[in-house]
Design a protein around this ligand. Structure first.
Ligand code: CO8
Length: 257
């Protein structure tokens, strides 16, 4: 598949997707959305791929939704097209996606990073929801996902003032999994993705679904959901293989079944 706004590469079982609109600091327009949906659908459908890394440039993961594309839109345009709803596709990808963030992750950029399963941040990363400065609000789930990630106090301050936070503050607040030196970000993200892609594929999907269930259910329902999936994995060949491999002191040889 040929893309104009993305670079998509397969490295072993890892798909690396690089946002590539350097002239606009990777601002997310409709073309980026269409291409990203196609790239993620191909990744999810490919049994040879186990984990994706979504990244940008050294200067910007993405500086937000494309303001120039939105500028002239009216309410009826936004409502009729359900503008931005397509971005939720990122969250429906069944296999894990790691966001590798260097530089600006602002507005929609921060929101897309938060739609990924976890964020690895370069020490140069800056996160923010500055939409209030444009007379609007986050529109791709940011007010909800940021609040889940960092709590009400910090989320409220960030959306009401548009203040950016750096990598260290983001890590302290629970927005990012880990900080790495900028020069090592891609290598570290790819290594982490390879680790995940080498696990039993069904267990990977099940673990992702379980953690995500914590955001949608009560504790009791979430624990029940976990138990059902955990028990279900005992019907897979890879559970037998994984436990036999442990007893025989060798690596598991997964079939994904
Ligand atoms: N959209 C379009 N173009 C952009 C964007 C953007 N979000 N961000 C940067 N660019 C463009 C600039 O216009 C500039 O282009 P040109 O050279 O043609 O003028 C180029 O990228 C380089 O940008 P700067 O010259 O501004 O670079 P600086 O290093 O001086 O500044 C910043 C970097 C601080 C990141 C600055 O570019 C900036 O503030 N960008 C905008 C950040 C922002 O406000 N993001 C939020 C956008 S809104 C959003 O994401 C969600 C909207 C939700 C709406 C809900 C509706 C349903």
């Amino acid at each position: 598949m040929a893309f104009e706004t993305l670079i998509v590469e397969q490295v072993g079982r890892v798909t690396r997707i690089t946002l590539n609109r350097p002239q606009a600091l990777n601002a997310l327009n409709s073309q980026v959305l269409t291409e990203l949906i196609a790239a993620l659908a191909a990744f999810d459908a490919d049994d040879g791929q186990g984990c994706a890394v979504l990244t940008g440039s050294e200067k910007a993961f993405a500086a937000g939704a494309d303001i120039k594309e939105m500028q002239a839109q009216g309410f009826a345009d936004m409502y009729a097209t359900n503008f931005f709803s397509g971005w939720e596709t990122v969250t429906r990808t069944r296999k894990p996606i790691i966001a590798a963030v260097a530089g600006y992750a602002l507005g929609g950029g921060c929101e897309v990073a938060m739609m990924c399963d976890f964020i690895l941040a370069a020490d140069t990363a800056k996160f923010g929801q500055p939409e209030i400065k444009l007379g609007v609000t986050p529109g791709m789930g940011g007010s909800q996902r940021l609040t889940h990630a960092v709590g009400k106090a910090k989320a409220m301050e960030m959306v009401l003032t548009g203040r950016m936070i750096g990598a260290e503050e983001a890590e302290r607040a629970g927005l990012v999994a880990r900080i790495v030196p900028a020069a090592d970000l891609l290598d570290e993200a790819m290594k982490t993705a390879e680790t995940i892609a080498a696990m039993a594929p069904l267990a990977v999907v099940a673990n992702k679904e379980m953690v995500n269930a914590a955001f949608e259910t009560s504790l009791a329902q979430g624990v029940q959901f976990e138990r059902r999936l955990f028990n279900g994995l005992f019907g897979t060949a890879d559970q037998k293989e994984g436990m036999t491999a442990f007893v025989e002191k060798r690596p598991g040889n997964w079939t994904g079944r």
